[in-house]
Design a protein around this ligand. Structure first.
Ligand code: ADP
Ligand code: MG
Length: 323
């Protein structure tokens, strides 16, 4: 494969930052981290046929490969800085690489993320992205740290991406799935919200595998349970229109996945502060329940009647090994 010409195509869109002393082109990159900051690192891989279907536009794959990683940094309250890209391609397809790099760069430029290196190999289509960001020492948001009585919050809306996938796999034309499909292909990482929540949220996680599954991780790490009002889960106008059946819609919101919203806890006394902080970064948020002592997750409807938990809580890569 013309590996070097492919790398050159990517390098043209790599971007730069003052803290990058040496980017693409040497054996490794050199970064000058700002004083007093902790490095925050995450990696996520998208594999064709597992995380995206054949036929998804290359620019959307490039965008999403970075977006899912930036979402992890957002959930830590980190500010992103640089990324590494390991790209596995079935063949020497420069048009694919150009479009992929354009999608990747569109999101990277928005958040001043520089691409500082990577690897290019031949094999089944997959993109693995590593991101590094910064957070002032001691101020990262983690999954642990919530207290009983804290409010449970969600940014944005849930279920759009899962709705798009459901419509798409049931054979509906792309047009009908428009707004929802955009949430599936080009998720928006909640970076501004994550930073705004430093010092306010007591625990935080991004929702990638489904609300119930990821909330379960936050609860396990915080050693708590939760009471969740299912009818308070935020739904977009597009989801309401495409899925008028409340039961089906609720299922998508609870277990769908690929939302890349933040789920976080904060003390009741900070309700107004949370609102103001998120308003300042134009991020909508909803209170959907509260954390309770014990390990139980309970769902209620708007009349406080208990609802059964869905048997399947979210996406499971290795069935049998997770909730
Ligand atoms: P090495 O053999 O030292 O791993 P490579 O030939 O794999 O070097 O890469 C050459 C340079 O190009 C390195 O700086 C590497 O980080 C960068 N690079 C390779 N592939 C990519 C990619 N897909 N995206 C960004 N940078 C890449
Ligand atoms: Mg290499």
């Amino acid at each position: 494969m013309a590996e070097f010409s492919l790398i050159d195509r990517i390098r043209q869109r790599a971007g730069s930052r003052p803290d990058v002393a040496l980017g693409i082109g040497d054996d490794a990159a050199l970064i000058d981290p700002p004083k007093g900051q902790q490095l925050v690192l995450a990696v996520d891989t998208l594999v064709e046929g597992v995380h995206f279907a054949r036929g998804v536009p290359p620019s959307a794959i490039g965008w999403k490969a970075l977006a899912v990683n930036l979402s992890d940094l957002a959930a830590m309250g980190a500010e992103p800085a640089v990324a590494l890209l390991a790209l596995t391609l079935p063949d020497d397809d420069s048009a694919f690489v150009d479009e992929f790099a354009a999608g990747f760069a569109a999101l990277a430029d928005t958040h001043r993320v520089a691409l500082v290196g990577g690897d290019t190999t031949r094999g089944p289509l997959a993109a693995s992205v590593t991101v590094m960001g910064y957070v002032p020492k001691g101020s990262a948001l983690t999954r642990a740290g919530a207290s009983a009585g804290d409010d449970l919050w969600i940014t944005g809306t849930l279920g759009d991406a899962a709705g798009a996938l459901a419509l798409w796999t049931s054979g509906l034309p792309m047009l009908r799935t428009g707004r929802l499909r955009d949430r599936l292909d080009r998720p928006t990482p909640r970076l501004g919200a994550g930073i705004a929540l430093r010092g306010l949220a007591t625990a935080c996680i991004d929702i990638s595998d489904g609300f119930l599954a990821d909330l379960g991780h936050l609860l396990a790490m915080s050693g708590l349970g939760a009471d969740v009002e299912a009818d308070a889960l935020p739904a977009s106008p597009a989801l309401l229109e495409a899925f008028p059946d409340p039961l089906l819609r609720r299922e998508l919101q609870l277990t769908g996945g690929d939302d890349y919203e933040l789920c976080f806890s904060a003390p009741v006394a900070r309700r107004e502060a949370v609102r103001k902080a998120l308003d300042a970064v134009a991020t909508p948020a909803s209170r959907v329940g509260s954390l309770v002592a014990g390990a139980r997750l309970r769902l209620f409807d708007a009349d406080r009647l208990p609802l059964p938990l869905p048997a399947r809580r979210g996406y499971v890569h290795f069935a049998g090994s997770d909730a």
